[in-house]
Write a protein that binds this ligand. Structure first.
Ligand code: GLC
Length: 582
């Protein structure tokens, strides 16, 4: 009897594993294109991108072969942190347009089979939101409990680190009610109190509002931070990364995500991707295992911290990152989701430097091949790939050297911190050239004209002069072998080869410091991907267990050298090749 039920449960288990491996969904198969509306396309001559600018470019976006657009926040905001400080969750930022523009944008996307993912910023709002204006007015105000307060009569609150605070202090004293409020980010971004069920109801109701309009999902900003221990105990953390890990492990984070899923997400054919700073790989499935009904995938931060000093968020490490370390991150995260859950793949976004400058080589000689190699990488790995606007044309870091060119609260406030502490400002500015978020935020380069086709007036932030040097859409549209034309080919390749989405991944050379070689296998189809992450020509041997009768080239970003033999391959600098093994 006992044996029988064990057998039954084993076959049920294998059935479930099989079922999970084969469960197909649009958000696993889709390719995401992220738009930073402020820097995408200005149609009013204000120097700031707008929703009509996105509408104007919808045919272009559809032509890239992407399926889902993720829009950075477009809600009403005083823009202390470029829209991540929301004043009204149900209104459109005046600079970006109107609700009517939004409805037209969504209709235009639907007409082209593009899905829309909005940014959901609910760990905090703006101090100009009506909730906070009310809350700070008196201790008795009904909105008081929408936020986290520490009454001053209890003394100084236990240390909490803040991302954008000049004193790195997440508690801000507010004289009006003689109390401190909590802000993990800027002073103007007070944290919402999820422990209050009314706050959660407000958030769910707002999400329904957008779903009823027809949006397809949310990218959930710093979502693991929402749950707090409201006793605000002393904690041991010292380095920023320790605080972040603490913030991501609040006592009720899973309860809240589960409730959010049940009350909102489960009612629609929608998907959610969380921004996951502080989530350790061992906890990954707790957030995204299908059975837990929390979220569908999240962005881990292991790759984003690879070139940073241990424990630090913004400071570069002294030596260069190694390819073996890069592979280790992807190998570990792929295996975390091999049987359940699902991963997201990204090399850049609005918070990080440009992919080609960070993970490739943005010199004149190598930028084209390294940009297309990185595209090949994201589109041949398992997980949902996310591209950031401009990646399709190989946009590079702008590397501002003057603090006056920066608009980002992150750089500006940290500059103040260094200055106030008598730190080395030259060193700080050197670091920012490689790490600053502005590298990703300069306007999209549509053509080589003086304002790159982005605006007719002065852009809100300086342009990258590289638009004059072939890094622009108009130029690359005409060139046969441009980064842009390669991007269209490689998105099409992913679409026509389901093994690139669902196939098993095997890394063939975890220790090699120049070549990243892997296979993607699904049933009889096996694809071999070879990526030379170096400035040199490399001779590379395939491991013994990789046998085949013939290899058919599906795509390459440069000419394949003839001297290749059966297992000895020669890859030119930054060459990417995808073969089908038969
Ligand atoms: C996320 C956003 C970032 C923002 C921060 C605070 O990390 O991606 O741009 O500054 O949250 O909302």
């Amino acid at each position: 009897m006992c044996t029988l039920s064990r057998k039954r449960s084993i076959s049920y288990l294998s059935f479930r594993i099989l079922f999970m491996e084969q469960k197909r969904t649009w958000w696993k198969e889709g390719i995401v294109y992220q738009i930073y509306p402020r820097s995408f396309k200005d149609t009013t001559g204000s120097g700031i991108g707008d929703l009509r600018g996105i509408i104007e470019k919808l045919d272009y976006i559809a032509s890239l072969g992407v399926d889902i657009i993720w829009l950075n926040p477009i809600y009403d905001s005083p823009n202390d942190d470029n829209g991540y400080d929301i004043r009204n969750y149900k209104a459109i930022m005046t600079e970006f347009g109107t609700m009517d523009d939004f409805d037209q944008l969504l209709a235009g996307m639907k007409a082209r089979n593009l899905k829309l993912v909005m940014d959901l910023v609910v760990n905090h709002c703006s101090d100009e939101h009506e909730w906070f204006r009310q809350a700070r007015s008196s201790r008795e105000n009904p909105y008081r409990d929408y936020f986290h307060w520490w009454p001053a009569e209890k003394g100084i609150p236990p240390k909490r680190w803040s991302y954008f605070d000049v004193n790195e202090d997440a508690w801000q004293y507010d004289a009006q009610t003689d109390a401190y409020y909590l802000h993990y980010f800027a002073v103007k971004q007070p944290d919402l109190k999820w422990e209050n069920p009314i706050v959660r109801q407000e958030i769910y109701e707002m999400m329904h509002f957008w779903f009823e309009k027809g949006v397809d999902g949310f990218r959930m900003d710093v979502i693991p931070f929402i749950s707090k221990d409201t006793n605000y105990p002393e904690i041991e953390a010292q380095a920023p990364s320790e605080f972040i890990a603490y913030y991501a492990n609040g006592p009720k984070v899973h309860e809240y995500l589960n409730e959010l899923n049940e009350k909102v997400i489960s009612k629609y054919d929608a998907f959610t991707v969380g921004e996951g700073p502080g989530i350790h790989i061992n906890q990954a499935l707790d957030f995204v295992h299908e059975d837990r009904k929390e979220m569908d995938m999240f962005f881990h931060f292991d790759l984003m911290s690879l070139d940073r000093k241990p424990g630090e968020v913004f400071t570069m490490r002294e030596d260069r990152w190694k390819l073996s370390e890069f592979k280790k991150v992807f190998n570990e995260w792929d295996s975390a989701f091999a049987k359940a859950g699902w991963g997201s793949l990204f090399l850049a976004n609005h918070d990080f430097p440009r992919a080609v400058s960070r993970w490739g080589n943005d010199s004149q000689e190598h930028s084209k091949n390294s940009a297309t190699l990185l595209q090949t990488f994201l589109l041949t790995m398992r997980g949902t790939p996310y591209f950031y606007q401009g990646d399709e044309i190989g946009m590079t870091n702008v590397c501002f050297t003057d603090i006056k060119d920066y608009r980002d609260i992150n750089t500006i406030n940290r500059y103040e911190t260094v200055k106030n502490n008598g730190g080395d400002l030259n060193k700080f500015m050197d670091n920012e050239q490689h790490t600053a978020r502005e590298n990703a935020r300069t306007p999209m380069q549509w053509d080589s004209s003086s304002q790159a086709g982005f605006t007719t007036s002065k852009p809100w932030i300086r342009l990258n002069p590289s638009h004059k040097k072939g890094i622009n859409v108009a130029y690359q549209e005409q060139e046969n072998c441009s980064i842009l034309s390669y991007f269209r080919k490689i998105t099409a390749l992913r679409k026509s080869n389901p093994s690139l989405v669902y196939g098993d991944y095997e890394c063939l050379n975890p220790e090699h410091e120049q070549v990243y070689a892997y296979t993607r296998t699904q049933e009889a189809q096996r694809l071999l991907i070879l990526l030379n992450f170096s400035n040199e020509t490399v001779h590379f041997s395939l491991p013994k267990h990789i046998n085949y009768n013939r290899k058919v080239k599906l795509i390459s970003n440069s000419l394949i050298l003839d001297e290749q033999t059966y297992k000895e391959l020669i890859l030119s600098a930054w060459q990417a090749i995808v073969y089908r093994l038969e």
